[in-house]
Structures are given as C-alpha cells and as structure tokens.
Design a binder for this molecule. Structure first.
Ligand code: FAD
Length: 497
C-alpha cells in the first residue's frame, strides 16, 4: 500500500463497491455530486441529524476531488489583498477565519483512526519566483497580526537549503498547513458520511430538478427523489439540472504526474517534506512514498488525457531541479476545476431550499469543507454566515469565448511570470559577479599599494569628492540593460495568496 499517495490502480481495486439509486426516495437534503463539496455537506448535515441522499453521476471523487494533491492551506484561490480590496478588511478577516475552520474540519476528519493510511503531514511553503523580500515582510505581518495565521518568513538561503535550485527566492512557511493523500481523503469522507447516516448513490446522474415547491423533485434515469433542500455540488459538470449555473464557471483542467522512485538523490535535492507551491501558481509539488516526486503544473481550458502531459511535467521538473537528472513519469492524473470570474467560491442559497457549493478553483480542500459546514449549519441551525459570500454573485463566465480568453490569459500570465523569474535570477548572478569583481579589484589594489579609484558604493554622496571647480556636473546616464537583457513588462511578482 502506498504510504502517502493512493494510485489510480489502488483506487480501482479498493473502492469498487457502488450502489445505484433504483427506487424512489424521500430525504431532508439531496446533494448532487460526490466530490469534496457534496460529501462535506453530506457529512456535516448527517452529523447534525438530517436525512441525506447524495446522487453522483459517475463515482465518488470521479473528477478533481479524486485527482488532486491534498494540500490544505488557509485562504482562497483569490489573493488576500484582492479580497480585502473587494469586501473590506473586516469581512475579509471573517472569511479568512472561516477558511481556516474549513482546514480544521479536514484535519479533524483526516485522522488515522477515521481514514487509515491518510498520511497527514505538516507544513507547506509558498516560494517566490522573484526577489521580493519587502513585499514578503509586509505580507507576513498582515497574515500574522491581522489574520491570526501562523507563518514564518524564510530568507533565500533557507529556501535554497531546503530546495536545491536557484529558481526560488524567499518563502512563506505555513507550519499549520498540511497535506493528506487526496484520493484517500475523498473516499474517507464518503465513508464518514455513510457512517453518520448519509446514503450515497453512484452511477446516478441527476437529469432534471424542479425546485419550485416546498418539497423539491429530483429526477434520475431510474428513480425520483423528493427533498426539502437541494445542494448543487456538481462543479463544472452539473449540466442539465441548472445549466445556467454551470455557465458561471470557467472549467480549467489541471494535470499532475508522479515520478518513478528516485532514490536518495531526491531527498538531497528536496529536503523539505511538505508541499511546495510557487507564488505564480505554476508549480505545486511534494515528495510521496519516500522517494517519488508528485508534481502538478500543466493546465488547459479543454479536457485532455492526463498522459499527454507526462512530457511537460518531466520538462518542468528538469528546468527547476536540473540536478535530479532525467526522471520517468509513471503515473499521471488530472481533473477540471471550476473557476469563477471573481475568483471566490459560490456558496449560498439561490432560492428557498436551493443551495450551491461550487467554484472552488485550485484551492478546494479547505474551501469545500467550509462550504459544507456553512450550508449544513444554515439548513439545520439557521447559521447565516454564508451571507458573507453574497458580494460574490454568480457571473456568467463567457462560455466558449471565455475559455479561449481564459487560456490566453493563463498562458500570458505564466509567460510573464517566467520572464520575471529569469530576470530576477539574471540580476542575482550579475550582482554576485559584481561583488566578485570588486573584491578582486580591492585585492589587486591592496597588493599594488594603490587606493580605490572610485568611492565604494556604500559611501554617501555627501562624502564623495565634489566636482572640480569650473566643471559642469553631468547628469547620470540612465541605467542600460546589459546586452541581451530585456526589461520585463510591469509585473506584480509578489508572493500572492
Ligand atoms: C491536479 C489537481 C490538483 C489539485 N490540488 C489541490 C490541492 O492540493 N489542494 C486543494 O485545496 N485543491 C486542489 N485542487 C482543487 C480541488 O481538487 C477542487 O477544488 C475540488 O476537488 C472541487 O471539488 P467539487 O466537489 O466542487 O468538484 P468535483 O470534484 O468536480 O465533484 C463534483 C462531482 O459532481 C458530479 N456531478 C456533476 N453533475 C452531476 C449531475 N448532474 N448528477 C450527479 N452527479 C453530478 C461529478 O461527477 C463529480 O464527481 C486540485 C485540483 C486538481 C485538478
């Protein structure tokens, strides 16, 4: 059995027992979709005493939820500064606190007793592709002082001691963030929901709903269900039951690969044992099974077979960690995430008894758990905190045109991040060379008994020799880029959240 990641083959062997809905049924709550979101709602609602039926068109964890890396962070896919700008500081703080509660919900479920082999391990680091120390410090202060989140700033040396690459500069370490076997988690969630009394039916697609009455009707090919509440947790594949809702999401497929065992060299080059994600959202990786590297990077706005991306994952690993040498990718996986136009999840009540929990984008572990808690507690306890999400309305994501635009924006964003990263590394190398040159010059001067010809850089202009009397001071020339160096387009290369 895999120590830290369940493979597709293990999943096929271990979780095959499926029940289809073949008889009419009544329930308090009908959840459509058995991904992280639907199962989190089902578990929480069943624990609070509701009768719950989950209808899943394929099988548990069929899409993104069963094909993800299992990293659990606080926050949302939307950067924190954007969140504050959008809804103000106080509401942003409340939403952030809810997102942390979501992460704690995952932690409390993902115990070895509940989910044997779940392999929870602590610590996530977000590394910056550009040299942005100042921004890092203000971000650390904000997270720690204003958002009550345990964080640690890592200087470049520390990052590079943990990850042997010159690609990354500073880092933000989240010691309370963690990771689990993502595939095992979604099946574990289903097992917990069943244990709490929820009924889960697979191979049971919902083809239509009638949400007008107090008792709502849900139609599947072989049976009907009546419920007081419907929770739409079908993500981008929801389709027929409420097509207009699906169209508020831009589907983005993300892919990942796992290498063959790499032996000791992997641990020498990657000493950090938690998840690593870069500040531009391009790469996300961690070591699994002791000496294999699990790496997520490519994305598309159309569905493709994950195997197609083995080569690009391999190349990506090579470009960040060349010292690893050539690696074989032995497993690939991927799924569609639903991105909203505003970057925040869709959580709330669309009309009486009709709920939505989707649009979690690339950060669905903690946010779907939070959605589960908010919706179940509103239905059963009247907790109204889901209303904090009201500023984020359902916005049409642009259909096919939106997908093309999304792909172009994604490609452009990644390319400009890569350019900014290379430039930062180029500057760092140039600075190191300058320092070496200065040291050699100083050494030569000392040996020759001559003084420096120009004042050292750290001498303030006030003590520099003044311009000789009568000579006109010349304006300093503008800094010239070195040959072959291109000035980057303006780019916010800060560590984002
Ligand atoms: C490669 C990859 C890596 C990722 N890594 C991370 C990570 O490390 N950490 C993190 O926080 N997030 C990660 N994510 C994001 C996370 O996986 C998603 O945000 C999350 O799984 C979304 O869950 P969901 O339940 O909304 O959707 P889904 O997983 O899509 O589940 C929806 C389910 O609804 C079913 N369904 C749809 N329509 C119907 C219908 N009409 N009738 C019946 N059933 C229906 C579908 O079959 C599906 O099973 C990753 C995603 C990918 C692709």
């Amino acid at each position: 059995m895999s120590e830290t990641f369940t493979s597709v083959a293990q999943e096929e062997a271990g979780f095959r027992d499926r029940t289809r809905l073949s008889f009419d049924l009544d329930a308090d709550i009908c959840v459509i979709g058995a991904g992280l979101a639907g199962l989190s709602v089902a578990l929480e609602a069943a624990r609070l005493g509701a009768s719950v039926a989950v209808l899943e068109g394929r099988h548990i964890g069929w899409n993104a939820s069963g094909n993800q890396l299992g990293t659990v962070m606080p926050g949302f896919a939307l950067p924190l500064t954007d969140l504050i700008e959008r809804i103000g500081f106080e509401d942003a703080r409340e939403l952030w606190a809810l997102s942390k509660e979501g992460a704690e919900f995952v932690r409390s479920n993902a115990t070895e007793a509940n989910m044997p082999g779940i392999a929870l391990s602590e610590g996530v680091i977000e590394v910056s592709n550009v040299d942005a120390g100042d921004r890092l410090i203000s971000r650390l202060q904000m997270l720690h002082e204003d958002f009550d989140t345990e964080v640690e700033g890592w200087q470049v040396d520390r990052v590079r001691a943990a990850l042997k690459t010159d690609h990354y500069f500073h880092g933000v370490h989240y010691p309370r963030a963690f990771q689990v076997d993502g595939r095992k988690y979604v099946h574990g969630l289903a097992a917990l929901a069943r244990r709490a009394g929820a009924r889960i039916f697979e191979d049971t697609p919902v083809v239509s709903i009638d949400h007008s009455g107090i008792r709502k009707r849900i139609v599947t090919p072989s049976a009907r269900l009546r419920a007081s509440h419907i929770v739409l947790a079908g993500n981008v594949h929801l389709g027929a039951p409420l097509r207009r809702l699906s169209e508020t999401l831009l589907p983005v497929w993300r892919y990942a690969g796992i290498t063959a065992p790499l032996g000791e060299r992997l641990n020498e080059i990657i000493a950090f044992k938690g998840s690593v994600m870069d500040s531009d959202g391009v790469d996300h990786f961690r070591i699994v099974d002791g000496d294999r590297l699990m790496w997520e990077s490519p994305e598309t706005t159309w569905a493709a077979r994950p195997q197609r991306f083995a080569g690009s994952v391999r190349r990506r690993i090579r470009s960040i960690f060349p010292e690893l040498g050539p690696v074989d990718i032995t497993e690939t996986f991927g799924g569609a995430t639903g991105q909203t136009v505003h970057g925040m999840p869709q959580i709330g009540q669309l009309r009486k008894g009709l709920w939505v929990a989707s649009g979690f984008g690339r950060q669905g572990m903690n946010t779907s758990a939070m959605a589960g808690q908010l919706i179940a507690r509103s239905i059963l306890w009247g907790d109204e905190r889901w209303k904090l999400f009201s500023p984020f309305e359902l916005v049409w994501a642009g259909g096919a045109t939106g997908r093309v635009a999304g792909q172009l924006v994604g490609v452009w964003g990644r390319a400009s991040s890569a350019a900014a990263g290379s430039l930062a590394r180029y500057r760092e190398r140039a600075r190191a060379k300058d320092r070496e040159r200065e040291a050699r010059l100083a050494e030569a001067n000392r040996a020759a008994g001559t003084g420096p010809r120009r004042p050292p850089a750290n001498v303030s202009p006030a003590v520099r020799p003044s311009v000789p009397p009568g000579a006109r001071p010349r304006p300093a020339p503008p800094p010239q880029p070195a040959s072959g160096e291109v000035e980057p387009a303006p780019h916010d290369g800060g560590v984002s959240q």
